[in-house]
Design a protein. Structure first.
Length: 245
């Protein structure tokens, strides 16, 4: 296909789904100079558009795609969903790896891309570049692992920090006091990966770990199982670091 064809697909873009993602993408594309229809309500067909983007819940992607007339590129923004619900359309997906609100800027945001054809994937890249994103490709077979990694990095982090917050509260320490430590740890992990591990397990200080466990058992007994699992995983991480060093 000529190189101009992916860019041409952005000449007329329809966005179906008037939620946070649909509104944010529509605004960002208009700011980038793209001619955007919508966000349109569910049930729209995207007539007159070259590219139809479905910003609808995962469970509604297939039904929304079925309403789109043949001959158009069709895409979705789901992280967990493959391209299969978009069949038989020539399909693409783009998943911004961020929390989306109505005024989200996508500049520099990593985004997972996929396409059912070379043209569809090229169009996904052009779309990501128009939004200022930092794209990378994720094949459909890798989609569950990718999305699980994203959930671990985001959702599970909130669960973990809520555990720390609840335990700190038993000592009269507010959540805000932990926040600088969390930010520094994330920055160190971003720079150094697993080598950023510090603390009693990294030092092999089992006496301190035992005292910590006793405190959890005393004050948050329902979290002892989680603490034990985290200790075991951290010991394994330390051991892998030692083997690799």
């Amino acid at each position: 296909m000529p190189d101009s064809q992916p860019a041409h697909a952005l000449a007329r873009v329809a966005i179906i789904g008037d939620g946070r993602v649909g509104r944010a993408i529509a605004t960002a594309l208009r700011n980038a100079g793209v001619d955007v229809q919508g966000p349109l309500g569910r049930g729209a067909t995207g007539d007159g558009a070259d590219l139809v983007l479905l910003a609808v819940p995962d469970a509604e992607i297939a039904a929304a795609a079925a309403l789109v007339a043949p001959g158009r590129l069709v895409g979705h923004f789901s992280g967990a969903t493959t391209l299969e619900p978009l069949a038989p359309h020539e399909a693409l997906s783009i998943h911004p790896l961020t929390t989306v609100t109505g005024d989200t800027s996508f500049a520099g945001v990593p985004a997972a891309l996929a396409g059912s054809t070379a043209r569809a994937l090229a169009t996904a890249h052009v779309l990501a570049e128009a939004l200022g994103m930092a794209p990378f490709d994720v094949a459909d077979d890798d989609r569950p692992a990718y999305h699980a990694a994203a959930s671990i990095a985001s959702n599970f982090l909130v669960t973990l920090e809520s555990f720390a917050e609840d335990l700190a509260a038993t000592a009269g320490v507010p959540r805000e006091a932990l926040a600088p430590l969390v930010r520094a740890t994330v920055a160190n992990w971003e720079a150094h990966g697993a080598a950023a591990l510090t603390g009693p397990i990294a030092r092999g200080d089992e006496a301190t770990v035992a005292r910590q466990r006793a405190a959890v058992a005393d004050r948050l007994p329902e979290r002892v199982e989680l603490f034990d699992a985290l200790v075991a995983a951290t010991r394994d991480l330390r051991a892998r670091q030692e083997v690799g060093s």
